[in-house]
Write a protein that binds this ligand. Structure first.
Ligand SMILES: Nc1nc2c(ncn2[C@@H]2O[C@H](COP(=O)(O)OP(=O)(O)OP(=O)(O)O)[C@@H](O)[C@H]2O)c(=O)[nH]1
Ligand SMILES: [Mg+2]
Length: 584
Protein backbone atom coordinates (compact mmCIF):
# COMPACT_ATOMS: atom_id res chain seq x y z
CA UNK A 1 0.00 0.00 0.00
CA UNK A 2 1.07 3.57 -0.63
CA UNK A 3 -0.20 6.60 1.22
CA UNK A 4 -0.55 9.97 -0.49
CA UNK A 5 -1.77 13.20 1.08
CA UNK A 6 -3.65 15.86 -0.86
CA UNK A 7 -2.62 19.51 -0.71
CA UNK A 8 -4.08 22.69 -2.12
CA UNK A 9 -6.24 25.77 -1.67
CA UNK A 10 -9.80 25.63 -0.36
CA UNK A 11 -12.45 24.55 -2.86
CA UNK A 12 -9.95 23.55 -5.51
CA UNK A 13 -11.52 20.10 -5.78
CA UNK A 14 -9.31 17.87 -3.60
CA UNK A 15 -12.16 15.95 -2.01
CA UNK A 16 -14.09 15.76 -5.28
CA UNK A 17 -11.02 14.24 -6.93
CA UNK A 18 -10.46 11.72 -4.10
CA UNK A 19 -14.16 10.80 -4.30
CA UNK A 20 -13.94 10.34 -8.09
CA UNK A 21 -10.80 8.19 -7.78
CA UNK A 22 -11.96 5.99 -4.93
CA UNK A 23 -15.74 6.04 -4.87
CA UNK A 24 -15.43 6.77 -1.15
CA UNK A 25 -16.51 9.83 0.82
CA UNK A 26 -13.50 11.59 2.35
CA UNK A 27 -15.64 14.22 4.11
CA UNK A 28 -16.71 12.21 7.13
CA UNK A 29 -18.64 14.82 9.05
CA UNK A 30 -22.20 16.01 8.44
CA UNK A 31 -20.97 19.56 8.95
CA UNK A 32 -18.40 19.13 6.17
CA UNK A 33 -21.03 17.88 3.76
CA UNK A 34 -23.44 20.66 4.77
CA UNK A 35 -20.81 23.36 4.25
CA UNK A 36 -19.24 21.67 1.22
CA UNK A 37 -15.87 22.13 2.85
CA UNK A 38 -13.34 19.80 4.40
CA UNK A 39 -12.62 20.61 8.04
CA UNK A 40 -10.65 17.62 9.21
CA UNK A 41 -8.66 14.82 7.63
CA UNK A 42 -10.47 12.31 5.41
CA UNK A 43 -9.42 8.83 4.37
CA UNK A 44 -10.19 6.85 1.20
CA UNK A 45 -8.44 4.27 -0.94
CA UNK A 46 -8.52 2.55 -4.30
CA UNK A 47 -6.73 -0.04 -6.41
CA UNK A 48 -4.36 1.26 -9.08
CA UNK A 49 -3.88 -0.28 -12.56
CA UNK A 50 -0.75 -2.06 -11.26
CA UNK A 51 -2.88 -3.85 -8.67
CA UNK A 52 -1.35 -1.94 -5.77
CA UNK A 53 -3.49 0.09 -3.41
CA UNK A 54 -3.18 3.79 -2.80
CA UNK A 55 -4.71 5.34 0.31
CA UNK A 56 -5.39 9.07 0.40
CA UNK A 57 -5.22 11.36 3.37
CA UNK A 58 -7.47 14.19 2.19
CA UNK A 59 -6.68 17.48 3.86
CA UNK A 60 -8.69 20.68 4.31
CA UNK A 61 -7.65 23.68 2.21
CA UNK A 62 -9.20 26.45 4.29
CA UNK A 63 -6.62 28.65 6.02
CA UNK A 64 -8.23 28.06 9.41
CA UNK A 65 -7.55 24.36 9.19
CA UNK A 66 -3.88 24.37 8.22
CA UNK A 67 -2.94 22.66 11.53
CA UNK A 68 -5.22 19.74 10.56
CA UNK A 69 -3.62 19.67 7.13
CA UNK A 70 -0.17 19.46 8.74
CA UNK A 71 -1.22 16.59 11.00
CA UNK A 72 -2.22 14.63 7.90
CA UNK A 73 0.83 15.46 5.82
CA UNK A 74 3.44 15.07 8.59
CA UNK A 75 3.77 11.26 8.52
CA UNK A 76 3.14 10.86 4.75
CA UNK A 77 6.00 10.74 2.23
CA UNK A 78 4.10 11.71 -0.95
CA UNK A 79 1.69 14.46 -1.97
CA UNK A 80 -0.98 15.05 -4.59
CA UNK A 81 -0.94 18.80 -5.13
CA UNK A 82 -4.26 20.12 -6.41
CA UNK A 83 -4.75 23.43 -8.21
CA UNK A 84 -8.02 24.54 -9.82
CA UNK A 85 -7.75 25.47 -13.50
CA UNK A 86 -10.22 28.31 -13.10
CA UNK A 87 -8.65 29.91 -10.03
CA UNK A 88 -4.97 29.20 -10.32
CA UNK A 89 -2.30 29.61 -7.67
CA UNK A 90 -3.76 30.87 -4.36
CA UNK A 91 -2.51 31.59 -0.80
CA UNK A 92 -3.02 28.09 0.62
CA UNK A 93 -1.57 26.60 -2.58
CA UNK A 94 1.58 28.42 -1.52
CA UNK A 95 1.27 27.67 2.21
CA UNK A 96 0.63 23.97 1.65
CA UNK A 97 3.53 23.74 -0.78
CA UNK A 98 5.78 25.56 1.70
CA UNK A 99 4.77 23.02 4.33
CA UNK A 100 5.60 20.08 2.04
CA UNK A 101 8.92 21.70 1.24
CA UNK A 102 9.67 22.35 4.92
CA UNK A 103 8.97 18.70 5.73
CA UNK A 104 11.21 17.62 2.88
CA UNK A 105 8.47 15.72 1.02
CA UNK A 106 10.25 14.57 -2.13
CA UNK A 107 7.57 12.67 -4.06
CA UNK A 108 4.52 14.24 -5.63
CA UNK A 109 2.13 14.82 -8.49
CA UNK A 110 0.20 17.85 -9.70
CA UNK A 111 -3.48 17.52 -10.56
CA UNK A 112 -5.04 20.55 -12.25
CA UNK A 113 -8.71 20.16 -11.35
CA UNK A 114 -11.86 21.78 -12.68
CA UNK A 115 -10.26 21.48 -16.14
CA UNK A 116 -13.81 21.37 -17.55
CA UNK A 117 -14.30 24.98 -16.42
CA UNK A 118 -11.14 26.64 -17.76
CA UNK A 119 -7.97 26.06 -19.76
CA UNK A 120 -5.68 24.19 -17.31
CA UNK A 121 -2.53 25.49 -19.07
CA UNK A 122 -1.80 28.72 -17.14
CA UNK A 123 -2.56 27.19 -13.71
CA UNK A 124 -0.42 24.18 -14.57
CA UNK A 125 2.53 26.30 -15.75
CA UNK A 126 2.51 28.45 -12.60
CA UNK A 127 2.10 25.48 -10.25
CA UNK A 128 4.90 23.51 -11.93
CA UNK A 129 7.24 26.47 -11.56
CA UNK A 130 6.38 26.87 -7.89
CA UNK A 131 6.72 23.13 -7.19
CA UNK A 132 10.01 22.81 -9.06
CA UNK A 133 11.61 25.19 -6.55
CA UNK A 134 10.81 22.89 -3.60
CA UNK A 135 11.84 19.47 -2.27
CA UNK A 136 9.28 17.96 -4.68
CA UNK A 137 11.27 19.09 -7.69
CA UNK A 138 9.98 18.31 -11.18
CA UNK A 139 6.65 16.47 -10.94
CA UNK A 140 4.21 15.02 -13.46
CA UNK A 141 1.11 17.13 -14.07
CA UNK A 142 -2.32 15.82 -15.09
CA UNK A 143 -5.36 17.96 -15.98
CA UNK A 144 -8.55 16.38 -14.62
CA UNK A 145 -12.21 16.96 -13.98
CA UNK A 146 -13.71 15.42 -10.91
CA UNK A 147 -17.14 16.10 -12.42
CA UNK A 148 -16.78 14.68 -15.97
CA UNK A 149 -14.11 12.14 -15.07
CA UNK A 150 -11.78 13.42 -17.79
CA UNK A 151 -8.10 12.76 -17.02
CA UNK A 152 -8.78 10.23 -14.26
CA UNK A 153 -7.25 7.23 -16.13
CA UNK A 154 -4.15 9.33 -16.82
CA UNK A 155 -4.00 10.36 -13.15
CA UNK A 156 -4.27 6.72 -12.03
CA UNK A 157 -1.39 5.78 -14.32
CA UNK A 158 0.65 8.70 -13.00
CA UNK A 159 -0.09 7.61 -9.40
CA UNK A 160 1.25 4.17 -10.27
CA UNK A 161 4.45 5.71 -11.64
CA UNK A 162 4.79 7.78 -8.48
CA UNK A 163 4.23 4.74 -6.27
CA UNK A 164 6.92 2.80 -8.12
CA UNK A 165 9.45 5.50 -7.18
CA UNK A 166 8.64 5.63 -3.46
CA UNK A 167 11.42 4.29 -1.24
CA UNK A 168 10.80 0.91 0.39
CA UNK A 169 9.80 1.23 4.05
CA UNK A 170 11.89 -0.28 6.84
CA UNK A 171 9.42 -2.97 7.89
CA UNK A 172 11.85 -4.40 10.46
CA UNK A 173 12.40 -1.05 12.12
CA UNK A 174 10.63 0.25 15.20
CA UNK A 175 7.03 1.45 15.09
CA UNK A 176 6.22 5.12 15.59
CA UNK A 177 2.58 5.51 14.66
CA UNK A 178 1.53 9.15 14.88
CA UNK A 179 -2.12 9.24 15.89
CA UNK A 180 -4.32 11.32 13.59
CA UNK A 181 -7.69 10.25 14.99
CA UNK A 182 -8.91 8.62 18.18
CA UNK A 183 -12.45 7.54 18.90
CA UNK A 184 -14.47 4.98 20.81
CA UNK A 185 -16.36 2.07 19.33
CA UNK A 186 -19.08 0.66 21.55
CA UNK A 187 -18.03 -2.76 22.76
CA UNK A 188 -14.45 -2.41 21.51
CA UNK A 189 -13.13 0.61 23.35
CA UNK A 190 -10.55 3.04 22.09
CA UNK A 191 -9.42 3.05 18.46
CA UNK A 192 -6.68 5.22 17.00
CA UNK A 193 -5.71 5.62 13.36
CA UNK A 194 -2.56 6.72 11.65
CA UNK A 195 -0.15 6.23 8.78
CA UNK A 196 2.31 3.45 9.61
CA UNK A 197 5.54 4.65 7.99
CA UNK A 198 7.86 1.91 9.28
CA UNK A 199 7.79 -1.36 11.17
CA UNK A 200 5.04 -3.88 11.65
CA UNK A 201 2.06 -4.16 14.00
CA UNK A 202 0.47 -7.38 15.27
CA UNK A 203 -2.55 -8.11 17.39
CA UNK A 204 -1.26 -8.72 20.92
CA UNK A 205 1.74 -6.37 20.53
CA UNK A 206 2.70 -4.19 23.45
CA UNK A 207 3.28 -0.56 22.57
CA UNK A 208 4.24 2.53 24.51
CA UNK A 209 2.17 5.71 24.55
CA UNK A 210 4.47 8.59 23.67
CA UNK A 211 2.51 11.01 25.84
CA UNK A 212 2.63 9.12 29.13
CA UNK A 213 5.13 6.32 28.55
CA UNK A 214 2.55 3.77 29.68
CA UNK A 215 2.30 0.39 28.01
CA UNK A 216 -0.79 -0.51 25.98
CA UNK A 217 -1.75 -3.69 24.18
CA UNK A 218 -3.10 -4.05 20.64
CA UNK A 219 -6.47 -5.76 20.86
CA UNK A 220 -7.39 -5.53 17.22
CA UNK A 221 -6.09 -4.12 13.93
CA UNK A 222 -7.75 -2.95 10.75
CA UNK A 223 -6.32 -1.70 7.54
CA UNK A 224 -8.57 -0.21 4.87
CA UNK A 225 -11.61 -1.27 6.87
CA UNK A 226 -10.65 -4.95 7.02
CA UNK A 227 -9.65 -6.71 10.27
CA UNK A 228 -6.18 -8.23 10.05
CA UNK A 229 -3.79 -9.92 12.52
CA UNK A 230 -0.76 -8.04 11.20
CA UNK A 231 0.06 -4.88 9.22
CA UNK A 232 3.40 -3.89 7.71
CA UNK A 233 4.46 -0.39 6.68
CA UNK A 234 3.50 1.55 4.67
CA UNK A 235 -0.17 1.39 5.61
CA UNK A 236 -3.14 3.19 6.95
CA UNK A 237 -4.06 1.42 10.17
CA UNK A 238 -6.73 1.50 12.86
CA UNK A 239 -5.55 0.13 16.19
CA UNK A 240 -7.96 -1.02 18.88
CA UNK A 241 -6.32 -0.70 22.28
CA UNK A 242 -7.22 -2.91 25.21
CA UNK A 243 -8.19 -1.10 28.39
CA UNK A 244 -6.97 2.34 27.37
CA UNK A 245 -9.44 5.14 28.03
CA UNK A 246 -10.00 7.39 25.05
CA UNK A 247 -8.89 10.49 27.02
CA UNK A 248 -5.35 9.11 27.16
CA UNK A 249 -4.86 9.48 23.43
CA UNK A 250 -5.39 12.24 20.96
CA UNK A 251 -4.04 13.48 17.65
CA UNK A 252 -0.36 14.26 18.07
CA UNK A 253 0.29 11.35 20.40
CA UNK A 254 2.11 8.31 19.06
CA UNK A 255 2.20 4.57 19.60
CA UNK A 256 5.79 3.38 19.90
CA UNK A 257 7.78 0.18 19.95
CA UNK A 258 8.57 -0.05 23.68
CA UNK A 259 11.94 1.36 24.71
CA UNK A 260 12.91 2.34 21.19
CA UNK A 261 12.35 6.09 21.25
CA UNK A 262 13.84 8.94 23.21
CA UNK A 263 11.14 11.33 24.41
CA UNK A 264 12.61 14.79 24.45
CA UNK A 265 11.52 18.36 25.07
CA UNK A 266 14.85 19.87 24.01
CA UNK A 267 16.28 19.62 20.50
CA UNK A 268 18.88 21.36 18.36
CA UNK A 269 17.81 21.89 14.76
CA UNK A 270 18.90 23.25 11.41
CA UNK A 271 16.37 25.74 10.04
CA UNK A 272 15.67 26.22 6.35
CA UNK A 273 13.72 29.33 5.41
CA UNK A 274 13.94 32.46 7.53
CA UNK A 275 17.35 33.07 9.15
CA UNK A 276 17.40 31.63 12.68
CA UNK A 277 18.02 35.06 14.17
CA UNK A 278 14.79 36.39 12.60
CA UNK A 279 12.56 33.64 14.01
CA UNK A 280 9.97 34.73 16.59
CA UNK A 281 10.77 33.43 20.08
CA UNK A 282 7.46 31.54 20.25
CA UNK A 283 6.34 29.28 17.39
CA UNK A 284 4.52 25.99 16.88
CA UNK A 285 6.52 22.91 15.95
CA UNK A 286 4.68 20.48 13.67
CA UNK A 287 6.13 16.99 13.45
CA UNK A 288 4.31 13.80 12.62
CA UNK A 289 0.71 14.51 13.60
CA UNK A 290 1.82 16.62 16.58
CA UNK A 291 1.71 20.39 17.01
CA UNK A 292 3.59 21.68 20.05
CA UNK A 293 4.40 25.24 21.15
CA UNK A 294 8.16 25.85 21.27
CA UNK A 295 10.55 28.54 22.51
CA UNK A 296 13.21 29.29 19.94
CA UNK A 297 16.81 30.14 20.83
CA UNK A 298 18.93 30.91 17.77
CA UNK A 299 22.43 29.46 17.99
CA UNK A 300 24.08 29.83 14.57
CA UNK A 301 22.94 31.52 11.33
CA UNK A 302 20.75 28.51 10.47
CA UNK A 303 20.68 26.56 13.73
CA UNK A 304 18.56 26.91 16.85
CA UNK A 305 17.63 25.21 20.10
CA UNK A 306 13.93 24.47 20.61
CA UNK A 307 12.33 23.97 24.02
CA UNK A 308 9.10 22.01 23.50
CA UNK A 309 6.04 22.54 25.70
CA UNK A 310 5.76 18.76 26.00
CA UNK A 311 8.12 15.92 25.12
CA UNK A 312 7.88 14.09 21.80
CA UNK A 313 9.47 10.86 20.55
CA UNK A 314 11.95 12.40 18.12
CA UNK A 315 14.89 11.01 16.18
CA UNK A 316 18.00 12.58 14.74
CA UNK A 317 17.20 13.40 11.12
CA UNK A 318 13.46 13.87 11.66
CA UNK A 319 11.92 16.62 9.56
CA UNK A 320 9.50 19.08 11.09
CA UNK A 321 8.28 22.60 10.50
CA UNK A 322 7.98 25.77 12.49
CA UNK A 323 4.89 27.83 11.95
CA UNK A 324 3.65 31.13 13.22
CA UNK A 325 -0.06 30.43 13.73
CA UNK A 326 -0.93 34.11 13.99
CA UNK A 327 0.67 35.07 10.68
CA UNK A 328 -0.21 31.97 8.62
CA UNK A 329 3.42 31.68 7.89
CA UNK A 330 5.60 28.60 7.59
CA UNK A 331 8.64 30.10 9.29
CA UNK A 332 10.93 27.27 8.36
CA UNK A 333 11.50 23.62 7.84
CA UNK A 334 13.69 22.04 10.45
CA UNK A 335 15.97 19.03 10.47
CA UNK A 336 16.67 17.56 13.88
CA UNK A 337 20.40 17.51 14.52
CA UNK A 338 20.40 16.44 18.18
CA UNK A 339 17.54 15.15 20.31
CA UNK A 340 19.55 15.00 23.57
CA UNK A 341 21.69 18.13 23.42
CA UNK A 342 23.97 19.28 26.25
CA UNK A 343 22.93 22.17 28.51
CA UNK A 344 24.31 25.60 27.63
CA UNK A 345 25.24 26.83 31.07
CA UNK A 346 28.82 28.09 30.75
CA UNK A 347 29.72 31.39 29.16
CA UNK A 348 30.50 30.82 25.51
CA UNK A 349 28.66 27.49 25.47
CA UNK A 350 26.12 28.70 22.90
CA UNK A 351 28.83 29.78 20.46
CA UNK A 352 30.68 26.52 20.95
CA UNK A 353 27.46 24.62 20.37
CA UNK A 354 26.77 26.60 17.18
CA UNK A 355 30.17 25.52 15.88
CA UNK A 356 29.36 21.87 16.62
CA UNK A 357 25.93 22.13 14.97
CA UNK A 358 27.41 23.78 11.88
CA UNK A 359 29.11 20.47 11.08
CA UNK A 360 26.02 18.29 11.59
CA UNK A 361 23.56 17.40 8.85
CA UNK A 362 20.96 15.24 10.60
CA UNK A 363 22.41 12.00 9.29
CA UNK A 364 23.04 9.76 12.30
CA UNK A 365 26.79 9.32 12.75
CA UNK A 366 28.00 6.86 15.40
CA UNK A 367 31.64 7.97 15.51
CA UNK A 368 30.61 11.62 15.76
CA UNK A 369 28.10 10.91 18.52
CA UNK A 370 30.74 9.01 20.50
CA UNK A 371 33.23 11.82 20.02
CA UNK A 372 30.72 14.38 21.28
CA UNK A 373 29.15 12.29 24.06
CA UNK A 374 32.33 10.37 25.01
CA UNK A 375 30.42 7.69 26.91
CA UNK A 376 26.87 6.64 26.08
CA UNK A 377 24.70 3.58 26.39
CA UNK A 378 24.09 1.76 23.11
CA UNK A 379 20.37 1.64 23.84
CA UNK A 380 20.27 5.41 24.33
CA UNK A 381 21.91 6.03 20.95
CA UNK A 382 19.52 3.61 19.25
CA UNK A 383 16.64 5.50 20.82
CA UNK A 384 17.94 8.72 19.25
CA UNK A 385 17.98 7.07 15.83
CA UNK A 386 21.68 6.22 15.62
CA UNK A 387 22.35 2.68 14.38
CA UNK A 388 24.93 1.05 16.67
CA UNK A 389 27.50 -1.41 15.39
CA UNK A 390 30.34 -0.79 17.86
CA UNK A 391 31.52 -3.08 20.67
CA UNK A 392 30.65 -1.87 24.17
CA UNK A 393 33.51 -1.29 26.61
CA UNK A 394 31.41 -2.56 29.53
CA UNK A 395 27.76 -3.54 29.82
CA UNK A 396 26.12 -1.67 26.97
CA UNK A 397 28.36 1.37 27.35
CA UNK A 398 30.04 2.67 24.23
CA UNK A 399 33.08 4.93 24.47
CA UNK A 400 34.93 7.23 22.18
CA UNK A 401 38.27 5.40 21.73
CA UNK A 402 40.43 8.45 22.46
CA UNK A 403 38.46 9.40 25.55
CA UNK A 404 38.55 5.82 26.80
CA UNK A 405 42.32 5.66 26.50
CA UNK A 406 42.78 9.01 28.26
CA UNK A 407 40.47 7.91 31.07
CA UNK A 408 42.47 4.69 31.49
CA UNK A 409 45.66 6.74 31.89
CA UNK A 410 43.96 9.01 34.44
CA UNK A 411 42.78 5.95 36.35
CA UNK A 412 46.34 4.66 36.64
CA UNK A 413 47.46 8.07 37.89
CA UNK A 414 44.69 8.18 40.49
CA UNK A 415 45.61 4.69 41.75
CA UNK A 416 49.27 5.72 42.08
CA UNK A 417 48.39 9.01 43.77
CA UNK A 418 46.10 7.28 46.24
CA UNK A 419 48.85 4.76 47.05
CA UNK A 420 51.24 7.64 47.77
CA UNK A 421 48.76 9.56 49.90
CA UNK A 422 47.37 6.51 51.74
CA UNK A 423 50.29 4.09 51.80
CA UNK A 424 48.69 1.72 54.27
CA UNK A 425 45.32 1.40 52.55
CA UNK A 426 44.87 -1.63 50.33
CA UNK A 427 44.25 0.35 47.15
CA UNK A 428 41.60 2.89 46.19
CA UNK A 429 37.90 2.01 46.39
CA UNK A 430 36.25 1.51 42.99
CA UNK A 431 33.53 3.99 43.98
CA UNK A 432 36.10 6.68 44.79
CA UNK A 433 37.68 6.17 41.38
CA UNK A 434 34.27 6.32 39.72
CA UNK A 435 33.66 9.72 41.29
CA UNK A 436 37.16 11.08 40.59
CA UNK A 437 36.90 10.08 36.93
CA UNK A 438 33.25 11.24 36.74
CA UNK A 439 32.20 7.89 35.31
CA UNK A 440 28.49 7.01 35.36
CA UNK A 441 28.91 3.31 36.21
CA UNK A 442 31.31 1.26 38.35
CA UNK A 443 31.46 -1.34 35.60
CA UNK A 444 33.34 1.26 33.56
CA UNK A 445 35.97 1.64 36.31
CA UNK A 446 36.47 -2.11 36.42
CA UNK A 447 36.70 -2.29 32.63
CA UNK A 448 39.49 0.29 32.72
CA UNK A 449 41.61 -1.70 35.20
CA UNK A 450 44.48 -3.40 33.35
CA UNK A 451 47.47 -5.35 34.73
CA UNK A 452 49.48 -4.66 36.78
CA UNK A 453 46.39 -3.05 38.34
CA UNK A 454 43.61 -5.29 39.51
CA UNK A 455 40.28 -5.14 41.33
CA UNK A 456 40.26 -6.87 44.67
CA UNK A 457 37.66 -6.55 47.42
CA UNK A 458 36.01 -3.50 45.87
CA UNK A 459 39.33 -1.67 45.53
CA UNK A 460 41.79 -1.14 42.74
CA UNK A 461 45.31 -2.15 43.72
CA UNK A 462 48.62 -2.64 42.08
CA UNK A 463 49.14 -6.38 42.24
CA UNK A 464 52.93 -6.42 42.72
CA UNK A 465 55.01 -6.00 45.88
CA UNK A 466 56.45 -2.91 44.19
CA UNK A 467 53.16 -1.18 44.83
CA UNK A 468 53.59 -1.50 48.60
CA UNK A 469 54.64 1.62 50.42
CA UNK A 470 58.37 1.97 50.04
CA UNK A 471 59.35 1.17 53.71
CA UNK A 472 57.09 -1.88 53.88
CA UNK A 473 58.39 -3.21 50.56
CA UNK A 474 61.96 -2.77 51.86
CA UNK A 475 61.15 -4.61 55.11
CA UNK A 476 59.66 -7.52 53.12
CA UNK A 477 62.83 -7.66 51.04
CA UNK A 478 64.91 -7.86 54.25
CA UNK A 479 62.81 -10.75 55.54
CA UNK A 480 63.29 -12.52 52.21
CA UNK A 481 67.06 -12.03 52.48
CA UNK A 482 67.28 -13.13 56.12
CA UNK A 483 64.86 -16.07 56.03
CA UNK A 484 65.06 -17.25 52.41
CA UNK A 485 67.14 -20.31 53.37
CA UNK A 486 65.17 -21.04 56.59
CA UNK A 487 61.72 -20.63 55.10
CA UNK A 488 59.79 -21.91 58.17
CA UNK A 489 61.46 -19.60 60.65
CA UNK A 490 59.40 -16.49 61.37
CA UNK A 491 60.96 -13.20 62.47
CA UNK A 492 60.48 -12.59 66.19
CA UNK A 493 58.18 -9.77 67.31
CA UNK A 494 61.06 -7.44 68.14
CA UNK A 495 62.70 -8.09 64.76
CA UNK A 496 59.42 -7.15 63.09
CA UNK A 497 59.34 -3.99 65.18
CA UNK A 498 62.94 -3.22 64.19
CA UNK A 499 61.93 -3.56 60.54
CA UNK A 500 59.05 -1.12 61.10
CA UNK A 501 56.40 -3.78 60.56
CA UNK A 502 53.53 -3.00 62.94
CA UNK A 503 50.05 -4.54 62.59
CA UNK A 504 49.00 -2.01 59.88
CA UNK A 505 52.14 -2.52 57.80
CA UNK A 506 51.83 -6.30 58.11
CA UNK A 507 48.17 -6.04 57.09
CA UNK A 508 49.15 -4.08 53.98
CA UNK A 509 51.86 -6.60 53.07
CA UNK A 510 49.47 -9.53 53.60
CA UNK A 511 46.76 -7.93 51.43
CA UNK A 512 49.31 -7.28 48.72
CA UNK A 513 50.28 -10.95 48.87
CA UNK A 514 53.83 -10.14 50.04
CA UNK A 515 53.56 -11.92 53.42
CA UNK A 516 51.58 -14.84 54.79
CA UNK A 517 50.13 -14.27 58.27
CA UNK A 518 49.84 -17.37 60.49
CA UNK A 519 48.94 -15.55 63.73
CA UNK A 520 49.45 -12.15 65.30
CA UNK A 521 53.09 -11.24 64.72
CA UNK A 522 53.79 -14.61 63.07
CA UNK A 523 54.45 -14.16 59.35
CA UNK A 524 56.16 -16.24 56.68
CA UNK A 525 57.00 -15.54 53.08
CA UNK A 526 53.88 -16.29 51.01
CA UNK A 527 55.16 -19.14 48.85
CA UNK A 528 56.19 -21.67 51.54
CA UNK A 529 53.02 -23.73 52.01
CA UNK A 530 53.61 -26.15 49.14
CA UNK A 531 57.15 -26.73 50.38
CA UNK A 532 55.84 -27.45 53.91
CA UNK A 533 53.44 -30.09 52.58
CA UNK A 534 56.27 -31.68 50.56
CA UNK A 535 58.49 -31.92 53.68
CA UNK A 536 55.66 -33.33 55.85
CA UNK A 537 54.75 -35.91 53.22
CA UNK A 538 58.31 -37.23 53.55
CA UNK A 539 57.73 -38.13 57.25
CA UNK A 540 56.45 -41.53 58.41
CA UNK A 541 52.63 -41.10 58.63
CA UNK A 542 51.01 -40.19 60.91
CA UNK A 543 53.43 -37.67 62.39
CA UNK A 544 53.45 -35.70 65.63
CA UNK A 545 53.72 -31.95 66.12
CA UNK A 546 57.23 -32.46 67.41
CA UNK A 547 58.25 -34.51 64.33
CA UNK A 548 56.84 -31.83 62.08
CA UNK A 549 58.61 -29.04 63.96
CA UNK A 550 61.95 -30.82 63.59
CA UNK A 551 61.46 -31.70 59.92
CA UNK A 552 60.54 -28.10 59.11
CA UNK A 553 63.40 -26.79 61.22
CA UNK A 554 61.18 -24.37 63.09
CA UNK A 555 59.67 -23.53 66.48
CA UNK A 556 56.33 -24.36 68.09
CA UNK A 557 55.40 -20.68 67.60
CA UNK A 558 55.32 -21.32 63.84
CA UNK A 559 54.57 -25.05 63.67
CA UNK A 560 51.26 -24.90 65.60
CA UNK A 561 49.52 -22.24 63.49
CA UNK A 562 51.15 -23.55 60.30
CA UNK A 563 49.72 -27.05 60.82
CA UNK A 564 46.33 -25.54 61.74
CA UNK A 565 46.38 -23.55 58.49
CA UNK A 566 47.26 -26.72 56.53
CA UNK A 567 44.40 -28.52 58.32
CA UNK A 568 41.99 -25.76 57.33
CA UNK A 569 43.13 -25.96 53.74
CA UNK A 570 42.71 -29.73 53.73
CA UNK A 571 46.42 -30.44 53.06
CA UNK A 572 46.77 -32.26 56.40
CA UNK A 573 44.29 -33.96 58.70
CA UNK A 574 44.43 -34.02 62.50
CA UNK A 575 43.68 -37.43 64.02
CA UNK A 576 41.94 -38.02 67.42
CA UNK A 577 45.31 -38.62 69.10
CA UNK A 578 46.62 -35.21 67.85
CA UNK A 579 48.93 -36.85 65.31
CA UNK A 580 48.45 -35.80 61.65
CA UNK A 581 48.63 -37.26 58.17
CA UNK A 582 49.21 -35.54 54.83
CA UNK A 583 46.07 -35.91 52.74
CA UNK A 584 46.17 -37.18 49.15
N1 LIG B 1 -16.94 21.64 -12.56
C1 LIG B 1 -16.14 21.11 -11.66
N2 LIG B 1 -16.39 21.34 -10.36
C2 LIG B 1 -15.56 20.79 -9.45
C3 LIG B 1 -14.48 19.97 -9.82
N3 LIG B 1 -13.84 19.58 -8.70
C4 LIG B 1 -14.51 20.14 -7.65
N4 LIG B 1 -15.54 20.87 -8.11
C5 LIG B 1 -16.46 21.62 -7.28
O1 LIG B 1 -15.72 22.55 -6.49
C6 LIG B 1 -16.26 22.68 -5.20
C7 LIG B 1 -15.20 22.37 -4.16
O2 LIG B 1 -14.79 21.05 -4.30
P1 LIG B 1 -14.14 20.22 -3.11
O3 LIG B 1 -13.78 18.93 -3.67
O4 LIG B 1 -14.99 20.24 -1.91
O5 LIG B 1 -12.88 21.10 -2.85
P2 LIG B 1 -11.78 20.85 -1.76
O6 LIG B 1 -10.48 21.18 -2.36
O7 LIG B 1 -11.92 19.50 -1.20
O8 LIG B 1 -12.13 21.94 -0.67
P3 LIG B 1 -11.62 21.98 0.86
O9 LIG B 1 -11.54 20.57 1.31
O10 LIG B 1 -12.60 22.75 1.63
O11 LIG B 1 -10.30 22.60 0.81
C8 LIG B 1 -17.43 21.72 -5.15
O12 LIG B 1 -18.63 22.42 -5.39
C9 LIG B 1 -17.18 20.76 -6.28
O13 LIG B 1 -18.35 20.22 -6.85
C10 LIG B 1 -14.26 19.75 -11.20
O14 LIG B 1 -13.32 19.07 -11.63
N5 LIG B 1 -15.12 20.34 -12.09
MG1 LIG C 1 -12.04 18.86 0.71
Amino acid sequence: MWVVATAGHVDHGKSTLVRALTGMEPDRWAEERRRGMTIDLGFAWTALPSGGTVAFVDVPGHERFVPNMLAGVGPVPAALVVVAADEGWMPQSAEHLAALDALGVAYGLLAVTRADLADPGPAMARALTEIAATSLGAVEAVPVSGVTGAGLPELRAALDRLAARLPAPDVDGPVRLWVDRSFTIRGSGTVVTGTLGGGRLRVGDELELAGTGETVRVRGLQSLGVPTPEVSAVARVAVNLRGTPRERLARGDALLSPGRFHRTDLVDVRVAGDPAADLPAALTLHVGSAAVPVRVRPLGPDTARLRLARPLPLLIGDRALLRDPGRHHVAGGVTLLDVAPPPLARRGAAAARAAVLAALDGRPDLAGELRRRRLVRAADLTRMGVPVDARPVAGDWLADPGHWERTGARLAEEVARHAREHPLEPGIPVETLRQRLALPDRALVEALVRPPLRVRGGRVTASTVDALPEPVARAVQRIRAEFGDRPFRAPEADRLADLGLGPREIGAAVRAGALLRLADNVVLLPDVLDEAVRVLAGLPQPFTLSAARQALDTTRRVAVPLLELLDRRGATRRLPDDARIVVG
